[in-house]
Design a protein around this ligand. Structure first.
Ligand code: THU
Length: 128
């Protein structure tokens, strides 16, 4: 069984937020997640002069997951530049659903919730 160390995940997310490339919004985001094999994957937001093509921190995290061998996400933390827990945007909830499903645990401003809580009635692989 993989133990969830929330403090470690939050610290990793905070550390990632310091690497964000956010010169347009100045809103730094860091994300970190525990994988079912014990790995911790992470990402930060990466903005662009063409504002609409911004990569959210979760995009980097999912790339880190897949490039590192894949696996299922068990627990997820996302923070802003001052370390407060923030919610993934709608698109990123969908990205996370793909790799963690309904049971993925999310650190939120309202405490630990599941993906099912924050993205009810999601569209997923089983719908195809
Ligand atoms: N952002 C993320 O990285 N993840 C989210 O889930 C919400 C928004 C970033 C995108 C942009 O660089 C900045 O936060 C402001 O929207």
């Amino acid at each position: 069984m993989v133990v969830i160390d929330w403090d470690r995940l939050r610290a990793e997310a905070r550390s990632m937020s310091e690497r964000a490339y956010a010169p347009y919004s100045n809103y730094r985001v860091g994300a970190a997640a525990l994988v079912d094999d014990g790995r911790v994957v992470s990402g930060c937001n990466v903005e662009n002069a063409a504002y609409g093509v911004v990569l959210c921190a979760e995009c980097g995290l999912v790339s880190d997951l897949v490039a590192g061998g894949g696996g299922r996400l068990l627990a997820f933390s996302c923070v802003n530049g001052v370390g407060d827990a923030i919610m993934p945007c709608g698109r990123c909830r969908q990205l996370l659903w793909e790799h963690g499903g309904a049971d993925l645990l999310m650190d939120t401003p309202r405490g630990v919730l599941t993906m099912e809580d924050v993205l009810p009635m999601a569209f997923g692989p089983e719908n195809l």
